[in-house]
Structures are given as structure tokens and as C-alpha cells.
Design a protein around this ligand. Sequence first.
Ligand code: C2E
Ligand code: MG
Ligand code: MG
Length: 564
Amino acid sequence: MDQRHLRLSETARMLTEIEDFAHIGNWQHQLATGTSVWSQGYYRILGLDPTEPPPAAEGLLTLVHPEDRETVRLAYERADDAGADIDIVYRVRRADGDERIVHERGRGETGPDGRIVRTYGTVQDVTDSWTAEDRLAELTWADPLTRLSNRHAAQRRLEELAAEGRTAALLHFDLVGFRLINSSAGLAVGDQVLRQVGDALRVIAEPRDLLARVGGDEFLLIRPDGDEDEAVALGSALHQAFGRRSWGVGDHEFVLSCRLGICVGPADPQRSLERAGTALAHSRFEGETTVWDAAMSDRMRHRAGFTGRFRRALGNGDLFLEYQPQCDSEGRLLGAEALVRWREGDRLIPPGDFLPLIEDTLLIHHLSDFVMHEVGRQIRRWREAGHAPPPVAVNVSPRQFADLHSTVAATAAAVIAENRLAPGDLQIEFTETSEMPLSTDQPEIEGLTALGVPLVVDDFGTGFSSLAALMALPIEKVKIDRSLVALATTHERTRVVIETTLWMAARLGIRCIAEGVENSEQLLVLRAAGCSEFQGFLFGRPIPPDEFTARWLDPSPRDDDSRS
Ligand code: C2E
Ligand code: MG
Ligand code: MG
């Protein structure tokens, strides 16, 4: 007994010496009881009193550098939940204030029932051996902001896989909505969001994956030996992770989504990276998750030619506006919506076909300037000809608001001044999307509100809009989307949604207009629900300005008073 005790204490002493010599410490943690045992060396590394019991995980994390905390927390969590290996380098601040760099390795141990019963680890203080070379390597291979890998590291990993003759799935994605965060909440919040994204990605990825930040808001996940099904499943996990939560802090909370390009194949580094990038570029047009295919580049060239043609159309008058009437239930004119048209040869290209292609380019701003100036001139021409034109609504794309180049408010101010308009002669229609969630401190919204130009939320009831969210905003009117109107007569639940929207809007003092009203049954249902403003083919189609003048503004009594 004594002998054994002696041997044990002798072993303990030797262990302490070894620990001391190698700057090592050990710990283990029983999951069932929540108790931990630390070696002397571990206490010493952290500068804590060895006569005290080990602190709980949360207390321990407060010693970890804030930037590294999430990494450590995640590593512990994965070891607790799945027995995953712990292999992390992080900074700790000792009780005496000294900052140390530690390397920790450990894992979870499975019990007979397959559950993790114990985790244990070895921590080494590597501050002194952490040479300039190591730091350089870290700087070279890691992204200092998110502490994910960087582009070089990703490339190197692909080269390794290629050398081993293995395949890989590459997921290249960027964040939709990130620009707005940077432009409205500032770079510090933007950085924080990127870090949060990095942490969220670590949760989704498997230990064998490589995660890298390869550009401002662009990330890359490499899954060795991954196939297309796996990559697509991983992609949907990514989309879900973005949809589930908000990003940022406190007053600066934002919604983000991502766009994703996938390439699966032999890990030829250069080609794989290019293909994943091409697929990402295509995801804008071909769906939030886009898998690379060989015909993609042809389609891209076609699109590039398209923007060139659009640019010329803007310059040479092939873009023009039509005006669609907005009426009360008796068909009396209340307003008009300006809708852009592109005539190319004898073909008319609808806005739905070209807007998505220019929305990501500066052309969207040129288009918007063109439309607003043209509407301003038209209203003035109408007045000069003795007509009393109603307010005209102009559409702006959500992405315009999110963009630093946005000039919506400034252009509106210029148009109003140049044509001696009242602010209420114009209305700005926009759709709320996940990319452009509305907030009062959005500069363009602020600018337009200060000018007194009424704001209209378009396509209300599709996807993202909620009246509650709008309460905080200076919204004049919401436009019930035509997809709801189309179902109003046949689908009971849709009718309830419309009724509730109208009721809530009325209580909030927000006007409502229904769009896409095509027949008198729809009109009846909408009227019964309390709607009093309408737009749709029942009242009139979009028509060129001269026709609009003759049909809707000419003061002389009309022969043909039937609705077109
Ligand atoms: P929107 O703002 O919701 O415009 C209403 C769309 O519904 C128009 O399509 C209009 O022609 C159509 N519409 C009107 N009444 C009816 C109806 O009774 N039944 C049906 N089935 N459709 C009806 P359009 O002109 O093809 O415009 C499509 C979208 O393009 C617009 O949707 C708007 O979001 C966008 N857009 C149009 N002009 C501009 C513009 O100048 N700038 C921007 N940024 N977007 C524009
Ligand atoms: Mg509209
Ligand atoms: Mg609409």
C-alpha cells in the first residue's frame, strides 16, 4: 500500500517536472458529473492557484482572447458532442495579465453506450517556441479577421489533393446583403459580421474540410473526396444557416443570405477554383446554388453582350416609359405607375428579362436616373399642356438602396427642382427583400423622407414583407402583390391575408393599393375587404404617354368611356 502510494506520488512528481520542463499541462473532464481535474502544469500555464478547483468552462473561456473564444468554445463543444479531436492554437491572458500562446490537443472518449463520457486534453505553452517563422506562416496561410484559411492555403490544399490523385468538392460563396451592412453600419460592424460568419461556418464544416475566406465577403469550402450530392446538401445547410438567424449586434442586426457556386472534380487547383468562381457568378442568374457546367461560359458571354446592348439603348432612346393608371373603384384616375420598356429592333424586351442582368452593375443607377428624369419632364409637359397629372410612381430596385453609388434621393431632388414639381408629384416604389431589409437609418430612405417624396412598398405579400416591420418606417402606401390578387376570389386563406393586410394598414394609417386587378370579381372582393385603390388590366394597361394623355388626362369628354 505504502509502496504503491510512494510510486504514485513519485510518478506525480515526475509528471510535474516533465510538465514544467515542456511547458505542458493536462486536463480531463467527466461529462456526467461536470467535474474536471487539472494537472499542476495546466494551472501554471494559466497562472491560476492550484489549490482552487478548476473553473467551469465559461470561466475558463474568459481567460481566452476574445477573438479566439469562439474557436475554443466550438472545439470543446464538438469534443463533448461527438468526441471530435481538439487541435487548436489560441491566446490566453493569464491571471497576472501576461498573454501566452497555447497549443491544445485533446479528444472525447466514448462509453459503452456510444456516448461521450469523458474529454481530455494536453495544453502546451508555445509562446517562446512560436517563432517568427510560425507567425509568418500563420499570416501567410490564415485570414487574420476570421482566422479561417486564406486563398493561398486553399490553393495549397487543392495541390495536396491533386498530388494524391483525389477529387474535391468546392463551394465558393458570397454574402448577399453584406454591402448594406458595411455601408450603413460601418466597417467595424461589417468585420464583426464576417467573424460571426466564420464561426457559423466552422459549425457546418467537418474536420476534414478546409474553410477559407478568399475575398471581402467571399468564402470557400473544400471538401476532399466530396461528390455533387454532398456538395449540394452542404449548400442547403449553408442557406439554412443564413436564414435562421440575424447577424451583427444590438441596433445593428441584419439579415444575410448567400449565393453559392459549386464545382466537383479532380482537384486541379487552378481549374477548380475558376470553375467554382464561374458557377458563383452564374448563381445570380441561375439560382442561389449553381453547379458548374461546361456551357456556362457561353451563357456568360451572351450576358456580357447584353449589358453592352443595354448601355447603347440607354444612350440612343431605345428605352422609353409606359404609364399605367391607378384608379378608385369607379375608375377615376388617382395616379400612374411609370414602367420602363426596351425596344430592340421590332422586339420589345420586358423589364423582367433585363433588370436582373443589370441590377448588379452601375447601369441600374443610370436606368433609375433616366426614368426619374423622364417622369419629371413628362409631368412638366403635361402641366404645360394644361393637364392635371396625378402623382407618378417610379420603381427602384432593392439593390440600388444597398449600394454606395445610390443616388435615388439626390436624383429625385434634382428632378423636382428642374421641373418645378411638388415632392408629392413623385412616388418611389420599391420591394423589400432579404437583401434590402428596410431600416429607417438607410441613407436613401432618410433622404427621400426629408425631401417629402412618398414611399410605396411594392409587391407586398411576397417573400419578405411584413407590416409590423414597416411600422417604424415612413411608408405612405403598400401595394398588394398581384399574386395575392390573382387568388383573392378562389383561395380563402389568401383572401384572409388580404383582408388582414388592409385592416392593419388602415389601423397604421398606411394606404393600400391592389395591383394586377384583372376582373370585376377580384374588384368586388377587394372592395369588400376595404380596398379603395386599384391598378390592373381591368382599369387600363401600361400605355405610352401620348395614349395616356388622350385616354386619361384629356379634359374633353371622352366618347369611349369603357375601360380598356
Ligand atoms: P411592378 O412594379 O410590380 O409593376 C407591375 C407589373 O405588373 C408591370 O409589369 C405591369 O405591366 C404588370 N401588370 C399591371 N397590371 C397587371 C394585370 O392586371 N395583370 C398582370 N398579369 N400584370 C399586370 P412590367 O411592366 O413587366 O414590370 C415588371 C417589373 O419590372 C415591375 O413590377 C417592376 O418591379 C420592374 N420595373 C418596371 N419598370 C421599372 C423601372 O423603371 N425601374 C426599375 N428598377 N424596375 C422597374
Ligand atoms: Mg411597381
Ligand atoms: Mg408589383
